[in-house]
Ligand binder design. Structure first.
Ligand SMILES: NC(=O)C1=CN([C@@H]2O[C@H](COP(=O)(O)OP(=O)(O)OC[C@H]3O[C@@H](n4cnc5c(N)ncnc54)[C@H](O)[C@@H]3O)[C@@H](O)[C@H]2O)C=CC1
Ligand SMILES: O=C(O)C1=N[C@H](C(=O)O)C[C@H](O)C1
Length: 250
């Protein structure tokens, strides 16, 4: 069987270098290109790339995706910075490139995907909820894409259940003290040397609390998800948002 021809964008970065190693070690894949910030995107097509993995930066990912979709290259995207406007733009580009697949995964960690799912399930049972994400201090964006997605899923579940805004008597505070408001859910971002990627979802109700915590202790934790995405995306044209869609969770 012929091997999947895979390229990594952001290959010199923290995640990209780990992805290069994972693809090189996968029996069913061949690493055909490894691009850094100064490299021409034409290297992707020159190398006959079938699937490009984007692990760059929020300010670079849209241009990379545009190039991939214009050339029928499937994409697996871990880069953060996804707004509704950006997703709409990707869908519009995909409409002109039928047959091409894009997976955007806020988090490739299986435990992180399960954390989001469990939080979504728990949301309707608790009056209060807060999300705390904790990362290494080299991270460019705050809050994390995973925390934003988690809060959105919780917000949707609360709304579907008809829950009111959560109780909070704060009338006076320093700016930022109550975190960022994502769909009614406070999200707090910690940056600490020594950490990789961690998240806690705190739920509270009368006389009980529930904490769901996930820890990525090394970036190798993301690689089974990256490889799964590479294998699945060619057979899934259009936009898939979230690795859970490739995990048969239901
Ligand atoms: N979805 C997931 O599971 C995960 C996602 N991430 C996200 O992945 C992204 C990268 O994270 P890190 O590796 O920690 O960042 P990093 O800063 O270590 O690496 C980014 C790399 O991309 C390169 N780059 C910038 N523009 C480029 C371009 N146009 N073409 C090719 N390369 C380019 C930079 O030179 C750098 O080497 C971030 O958005 C981060 O939040 C990180 C970990 C897990
Ligand atoms: O930058 C990181 O490190 C991570 N970024 C992703 C995010 O913003 O959610 C995924 C994971 O948290 C690691």
């Amino acid at each position: 069987m012929s091997k999947l021809r895979v390229a990594v964008l952001g290959a010199g970065g923290r995640m990209g270098s780990e992805a290069v190693r994972a693809v090189e070690n996968a029996d069913d894949m061949e690493l055909v290109a490894a691009l850094g910030s100064g490299d021409a995107r034409s290297a992707l097509t020159d190398a006959g790339t079938q699937v490009a993995v984007d692990l760059t930066r929020p300010d670079a990912v849209m241009g990379n995706l545009e190039y991939c979709l214009a050339n029928g290259v499937h994409a697996v995207v871990g880069t953060t910075g996804w707004t509704d406007e950006r997703l709409t733009a990707v869908r519009a580009q995909l409409a002109d490139s039928p047959g091409t697949g894009v997976l955007i995964a806020p988090n490739f960690g299986i435990g992180a995907v399960l954390t989001m799912r469990f939080a979504q399930q728990a949301a309707r049972f608790f009056e209060s909820v807060e999300v705390v994400e904790l990362h290494h201090p080299g991270k460019a964006d705050a809050p994390s894409g995973t925390a934003v997605r988690t809060a959105q899923l919780i917000g949707q579940a609360r709304e579907s259940a008809g829950l009111p805004a959560q109780p909070d008597a704060t009338t006076q505070s320093l700016e930022g003290a109550r975190g960022a408001d994502v769909d009614g859910v406070p999200v707090h971002a910690v940056r600490l040397r020594g950490l990789v990627a961690h998240q806690e979802v705190l739920f509270g109700d009368e006389a009980e609390t529930l904490t769901i915590r996930h820890d990525s202790l090394h970036r190798s934790s993301f690689m089974p998800g990256v490889l799964l995405g590479i294998r699945k995306v060619p057979a899934n044209p259009g936009l898939t948002f979230g690795l859970e869609h490739f995990l048969d969770l239901d």
